[in-house]
Design a protein around this ligand. Structure first.
Ligand SMILES: NC(=O)c1ccc[n+]([C@@H]2O[C@H](COP(=O)([O-])OP(=O)(O)OC[C@H]3O[C@@H](n4cnc5c(N)ncnc54)[C@H](OP(=O)(O)O)[C@@H]3O)[C@@H](O)[C@H]2O)c1
Length: 182
């Protein structure tokens, strides 16, 4: 199974504005692309804080399985298509693979990105770089990450000022960017 980290980041590597949950600085072009990009995945993984910040009806919901990492799964109300899990990243990936899932979108936030990167579980990163400096907020990787080196495979423009970057981990299956919606 392949794991692709998808995120929209500021020029200073933040995924939220200071003190504000959610990727509110994402441009309309990124939002359109994100919806399209998610279509190619049969499952996704995110942290509990990211899950709680998703507005109802967001593209993350759709029809794919959502695994939400939390250390207090027992207290959560059941949600259709959502599994709350206290398992470690490697166990989650192994479990999804064993159940026949093929493509997993890693949807953050910073704590979850850091743990999957540190565990060497990310095959590729599709990063939207927005032309803004936030000066604070959640970092892309919120935690220590060792040895996560990537190669820039492709870059595209989502608009005049917004770049879409595809970074690939050496030796992993190539995960090409899907088409950019018109
Ligand atoms: N710009 C973007 O592309 C983007 C993408 C994703 C998210 N975001 C934003 O980033 C923010 C959230 O990021 P975040 O780093 O604060 O939080 P997060 O990574 O979304 O979630 C953190 C939570 O995940 C659970 N968790 C973490 N490690 C775990 C482990 N090893 N085992 C089990 N559970 C674990 C814990 O939940 P419990 O406290 O329940 O135990 C922890 O509080 C949100 O505002 C979100 O909207 C932005």
């Amino acid at each position: 199974m392949n794991v692709v980290l998808i995120a929209v980041v500021s020029l200073d590597g933040r995924i939220t504005r200071p003190g504000e949950p959610g990727p509110g600085f994402a441009s309309p072009g990124d939002q359109r692309w994100f919806r399209e990009a998610l279509r190619g995945f049969d499952c996704c993984v995110m942290g509990r804080k990211t899950f709680d910040a998703i507005p109802p009806g967001g593209p993350e919901a759709a029809t794919r399985l959502r695994v939400v990492m939390t250390r207090s799964a027992a207290g959560r109300t059941a949600v259709a298509g959502v599994e709350f899990s206290a398992a470690a990243p490697a166990e989650i990936v192994a479990g999804l693979r064993a159940r026949g899932f093929h493509r997993c979108a890693l949807l953050g936030g910073g704590q979850i990105y850091a743990q999957f990167l540190d565990a060497g579980l990310v095959d590729a990163m599709w990063l939207t770089l927005e032309p803004v400096v936030l000066g604070g907020g959640t970092p892309l990787a919120d935690g220590i990450v060792l040895g996560a080196n990537f190669t820039l495979t492709e870059s595209r423009r989502l608009s005049h000022d917004t770049l879409l970057l595809h970074y690939q981990r050496a030796g992993r299956p190539l995960m090409p960017l899907p088409p950019i919606p018109a």
